[in-house]
Design a protein around this ligand. Structure first.
Ligand code: ZN
Length: 479
């Protein structure tokens, strides 16, 4: 039995979907300090020496690859492209929620192994994060956070960081990109190196409120805007806006991505010739499949397919093929930096892909939240497997559909006659292989959800019926 199933098994299922709201967490300003993050056990990894190149990691929360010009979309990203290096055309997230996906990015292991639970604080993982490896090598380390779902009290990602700046304005769910970039650039100017800097930008996440709402849709005369109140009647299958209105909302989302790119200019200008820079996203956003303006309950490619830029000495410019997973980023950075760490990654270095030499991941696995309680009328946790040419989405009841991505990139015409039991079994075996890297005893209820419940509800992470982890709340997506 997997340790995470013992330690993190869901709370007892509620008898009906209309559960009573449990006592909410205290207001943000009055919340008690979170538990100190537990550092990685130094016995489980070796940092492999000291020093190395400077490293910049930027994560663009909620940015789908296919909206970007580099991946066939309309949003040009001249600032990020200006870093040079490669664009990885097939990079994938494993989990459509912010903290769990970032934990996979930093730890190099699948979400079921690192065991961070949505909004529940900390992680059960005893291996190191990328920041902890950098710190062990003597780096100055800093993180500048822009979204409420990465407050350290709700995710525990501060492990290994000298500075973890998650101070949003009271009552706000996000910090504008320009403000976060300004703080990061100020910190960077004081460093003599080596440094490891993570900048997290949240603007593309709901609400979609660009400074220039007409950027991609100057002729719109309708009444829909990108506010939470305006879009709530349509979120997650509740209703369907008119096609012209949906087109406008997508234009607002795209405009926010473009403005995020522009906001990064002062930081990108600081990256020197020998620095490593990685830019990616934790997950995308859904504007199709009868699941609009959210991401947490579905595994379509508009949610799992993320952009990935990697710039490093020895990496040529251009576009590269081959699957690279977010759990591959940490081991790839370790190799690019010449660190020689022995951290127990599940991912693998994809430097060969970056250099156009092949060696992509054979599969990419995705999950929706396995810790949500079973609720009548809800689909339960989903699983997906992506390979070079196919995508399988398996429901909690064991039914599955397979999509031929070359001829059906929108995943609309699945073959639903074959169960995906073999894919599911392989995934479970991979999770179990690193289950001993988990600490016991930090399951649900032990973390302290420091994020005010109403904030998470506004962002779609808590069901309005009141459960703190929330059922998906959406019907099975149309196929
Ligand atoms: Zn996110």
């Amino acid at each position: 039995m997997l340790i995470w199933l013992l330690a993190c098994s869901p709370e007892a299922p509620a008898p009906t979907p209309t559960v009573t709201r449990p006592p909410g967490p205290p207001p943000l300003a009055a919340a008690k300090p979170p538990e100190p993050p537990e550092p990685a056990d130094p016995k489980t990894f070796n940092a492999g020496g000291t020093g190395g190149p400077n490293i910049l990691l930027i994560t663009l929360d909620t940015v789908s690859a296919d909206h970007l010009a580099g991946w066939g979309g309309r949003v040009a990203t001249p600032v990020i492209d200006g870093l040079g290096g490669v664009r990885v055309k097939r990079a994938f997230s494993h989990f459509p929620q912010t903290a769990q996906s970032h934990w996979a990015l930093f730890s190099g292991v699948l979400p079921e192994v690192h065991g961070n639970i949505p909004g529940n604080g900390q992680s059960v993982y005893s291996g190191p994060s990328l920041a902890e490896i950098a710190k062990a090598r003597g780096y100055s380390t800093a993180a500048f956070i822009s979204g409420v779902t990465l407050l350290d009290g709700s995710c525990g990602l501060s492990r290994g960081f000298d500075v973890y700046d998650d101070e949003l304005r009271t009552g706000s769910t996000e910090r504008p990109a320009a403000d976060t970039v300004g703080l990061a650039t100020t910190w960077l100017a004081k460093q003599e190196g080596p440094w490891f800097l993570w900048v997290h930008l949240f603007d593309a996440h709901l609400p979609y409120t660009p400074k220039d709402p007409r950027r991609y849709d100057p002729d719109y005369t309708g009444s829909l805007d990108g506010s939470e109140a305006s879009l709530e009647p349509y979120r997650e299958g509740k209703g369907t806006p008119a096609p012209r209105d949906l087109e406008h909302v997508v234009a607002l989302y795209d405009a926010e991505i473009a403005e995020m790119d522009a906001a990064l200019a002062p930081l990108v200008a600081k990256v020197a010739g020998t620095d490593i820079a990685v830019v990616t996203a934790d997950h995308g956003e859904s504007f199709a499949h009868n699941y609009l303006f959210n991401h947490r309950s579905v595994l379509w490619d508009d949610v799992l397919h993320v952009p990935l830029w990697v710039r490093a000495p020895g990496v040529p410019s251009g576009d590269v093929d081959g699957i690279v997973n977010l759990i591959d980023v940490a081991p790839t950075v370790v190799e690019l930096a010449g660190w020689g760490s022995t951290a127990p990654f599940q991912g693998a270095s994809r430097v060969g892909v970056l250099r156009g030499e092949g060696g992509g991941a054979p599969v990419s696995w995705g999950r929706t939240d396995p810790w949500i309680p079973a609720m009548p009328g809800t689909p339960g946790p989903r699983f997906s497997q992506t390979t070079a040419d196919t995508k399988v989405i398996r429901e909690a009841d064991g039914t599955a559909c397979t999509y031929a991505l070359a001829t059906d990139p929108q995943e609309l015409h699945g073959d639903c006659a074959r169960p995906a039991d073999a894919e599911w079994k392989a995934h479970q075996e991979a999770v179990e292989a690193l289950a001993p890297m988990q600490r016991a005893g930090r399951g649900p209820g032990q973390g302290n959800p420091m994020v005010p419940g109403e904030m998470l509800e506004r962002l779609g992470y808590i069901d309005p019926s009141g459960h703190p982890l929330g059922p998906p709340g959406a019907p099975p997506p149309a196929r």
